[in-house]
Design a protein around this ligand. Structure first.
Ligand SMILES: [Zn+2]
Length: 131
């Protein structure tokens, strides 16, 4: 299946907009579709430490978060991987924040000081979207 083909590792060097798949290690069945703006191997390690020990690989490198989330949603609708919890709608990075969340993040160096929606690492002040 072309839309699930693994991207060669040499094209995955940095943070970006990635769609990835997770296969059951024994059966090779597709059980998860995910997205990340991190370096994918960091995300895969995080999954593993949270109990999701699958055979992960990147299947799409996108130009924007919108494209990434669209592709993720199309693949989830098409394949219905059993470990995906949100299947009826696109994931949304722009979910409205409550006032207390916003107040907490203002001036907090862990959060992008423009959108207050994404975490940043020092010495950055703005996230990848706002930079
Ligand atoms: Zn931002």
């Amino acid at each position: 299946m072309n839309d699930l083909r693994t991207v060669k590792k040499r094209f995955i060097l940095s943070k970006g907009f990635y769609v990835y798949k997770g296969l059951n290690k024994k059966t090779k069945e597709l059980v998860y579709i995910g997205t990340t703006v991190q370096i994918p191997k960091d995300r895969f390690r995080w999954h593993k430490s949270n109990g999701k020990d699958l055979f992960f690989s990147v299947i799409n490198i996108c130009d924007s978060s919108d494209e990434m989330l669209d592709i993720e949603f199309e693949l989830i609708k098409k394949y219905k991987p059993k470990l995906n919890k949100i299947t009826e709608r696109k994931q949304n990075l722009n979910i409205a924040l409550t006032k207390s969340e916003i107040d907490n993040r203002i001036g907090n160096k862990e959060w992008c000081q423009k959108c207050l929606k994404r975490r940043v690492k020092s010495p950055y002040i703005f996230c990848y979207n706002c930079k």
